[in-house]
Design a protein around this ligand. Structure first.
Ligand code: AP5
Length: 217
């Protein structure tokens, strides 16, 4: 299965991807996580991406498409779930061309739909583990011990781009540049809208319903 998860910042893409991976054993590729790892490593790519990420803008398409295509080609598994990519119609079309050159295609696109007003509270409450990437929320998904990762025991951190000003920019960017990706894939009849305003278990159940149907087909 080759899955794309679309949705605004805070729609729960990362949260649901982890559930999908646990159930179906796919590879989880998050463009945001890869960029953050590049930044932490101080690579040229990470340095180029920094100013875009810190302001809530998108990193240029040519950098991102190259980065994601190599991540997929180097991956040990052929099946994957993509989180945060593609994020412009141009990224989607360039990516499709690259998959087609290998006789591959995207099987399903799950579009996590969330109201803008809910995004802000999810983002300001998010905490994540710098070691394993586990994602928590101070109200909705608390770790067993406050501020500490359940798996690694490390101190949880808040992402610098989760400040209210940057979140507002990320939302603007999403509506302007990423919503058209839904229309791009709608032409292929592979898009399913999911109500992401519900709690994480309910959203997960809706996601599994669509993926189970695809597995059985
Ligand atoms: P990226 O890291 O991809 O950020 P994003 O898309 O803005 O998404 P988030 O990771 O913030 O949210 P999410 O939907 O994964 O939500 P989560 O599950 O964590 O991108 C960062 C930056 O990198 C971009 O701004 C851009 O600069 C650059 N970039 C990345 N990809 C790019 C691309 N393709 N092209 C160009 N630039 C790119 O959940 C959020 C919180 O809510 C958590 O605390 C969670 O516990 C909680 N939560 C989740 N689901 C629920 C629920 N159902 N109910 C209640 N709480 C919930």
């Amino acid at each position: 299965m080759r899955i794309v998860l679309l949705g605004a910042p805070g729609a729960g893409k990362g949260t649901q991807c982890k559930r999908i991976v646990a159930k179906y054993g796919l590879l989880h590729l998050s463009s945001g996580d890869i960029l953050r790892q590049e930044r932490a490593a101080g690579s040229e790519l990470g340095k180029k991406a920094q100013r875009y990420m810190d302001s809530g803008a998108l990193v240029p398409d040519e950098i991102i498409v190259k980065m994601m295509v190599s991540a997929i080609r180097e991956a040990p598994k052929a099946d994957f779930v993509l989180d945060g990519f593609p994020r412009t119609a141009n990224q989607a079309s360039e990516f499709d061309k690259s998959l087609a050159s290998n006789g591959e295609k995207i099987d399903i696109v799950l579009n996590l739909k969330i109201d803008d007003r809910i995004v802000a509270e999810r983002m300001t409450g998010r905490r994540s583990c710098p070691k394993c990437g586990a994602v928590y929320h101070i109200e909705n998904l608390k770790p067993k011990v406050e501020g500490i990762c359940d798996k690694e025991g490390s101190k949880l951190i808040q992402r610098p781009d989760d400040s209210p000003e940057v979140v507002a920019n990320r939302l603007k960017t999403y509506h302007l540049q990423t919503e058209p990706v839904v229309d791009y894939y709608k032409n292929n009849n592979i898009v399913y809208d999911i109500d992401a305003n519900k709690d994480a278990d309910e959203v997960g159940a809706l996601v599994f319903e669509k993926l189970d149907a695809l597995v059985k087909a």
